[in-house]
Design a protein around this ligand. Structure first.
Ligand code: ZN
Ligand code: ZN
Length: 246
């Protein structure tokens, strides 16, 4: 399974980082995790056509994680897509999907393709990817994801504050893709700092960490150092970065 960072930023516009979005690929199965502003541009830069997307995982309703979902659905309808598209997301997105069909129109735009919606938290298998959504402490109904594919585990926090539930989410992950919005020493109930990510990775037995969701001007070097000093193999997310999860 390969992971491509389409957006490693936050809600703050940045010339270096799109908002949250990641592409997972295993052969022909292509899944996007979150669709913040810039995700479709990132996908285009990665050389992937939206018609080849198998499914979309959304963590929560903040705009920096989902606002290009509306654009993607309108795009696929306008292209006359016929292949099924799958969306796994918190239940509120069912209402959003209905709204997106009428956005900018006097009558709902009909689907040209089967749109399969799955309410998260829950489990689903898409081709070779076994996906589990679990609640994380952020805004109401926020989820993070565990994806198992070819014997490898990826855990993705989306946005989250600290909490016990994260340990199960990250348990024995080959890669923990974690938000790291806050600088060292700063605390919040809805985001993490580098020390909190380090503690989580240690307690969950994570093999490798990728830090992401950086606001403009973030001291990413210090964040990485904080994790590495604890003996955890740590990478920094950067738009366009593509790695194999091994
Ligand atoms: Zn965010
Ligand atoms: Zn958020």
């Amino acid at each position: 399974m390969h992971l491509t960072v389409l957006g490693s930023g936050t809600i703050h516009p940045s010339l270096e980082r799109n908002s949250a979005s990641y592409l997972l690929e295993d052969g022909q199965c292509k899944v996007i995790m979150d669709m913040g502003p810039g995700s479709l541009l990132g996908l285009t830069r990665a050389g992937v056509d939206t018609k080849d997307l198998h499914g979309i995982l959304i963590t929560h309703r903040h705009a920096d994680h989902c606002c290009e979902l509306a654009w993607l659905l309108q795009l696929e309808r306008s292209k006359g897509r016929t292949e099924a598209l799958r969306i796994a997301a918190p239940g509120i997105f069912k209402e959003y999907l209905d709204f997106f069909r009428t956005w900018g129109r006097s009558t709902p735009q009909p689907d040209t393709f089967p749109l399969e919606f799955l309410t998260m938290p829950g489990h689903v298998t898409w081709a070779s990817m076994e996906i589990e959504g679990r609640y994380v402490p952020h805004v109401e109904h926020s989820v993070g994801y565990r994806i198992r594919c070819n014997g490898k585990n990826l855990s993705y926090t989306g946005d989250t504050g600290p909490g016990q539930e994260l340990i199960e989410l990250a348990k024995d992950a080959d890669l923990l893709l974690s938000e790291c919005t806050l600088p060292t020493g700063s605390k919040s109930k809805v985001h993490l700092n580098p020390e909190q990510v380090t503690r989580l990775a240690s307690r969950a037995g994570v093999k490798k960490v990728m830090l992401s969701h950086f606001p403009p001007g973030a001291d990413t070097g210090s964040a990485a150092l904080s994790c590495r000093n604890s003996g955890i193999e740590t990478m920094l997310a950067k738009d366009g970065l593509r790695i194999e999860i091994s």
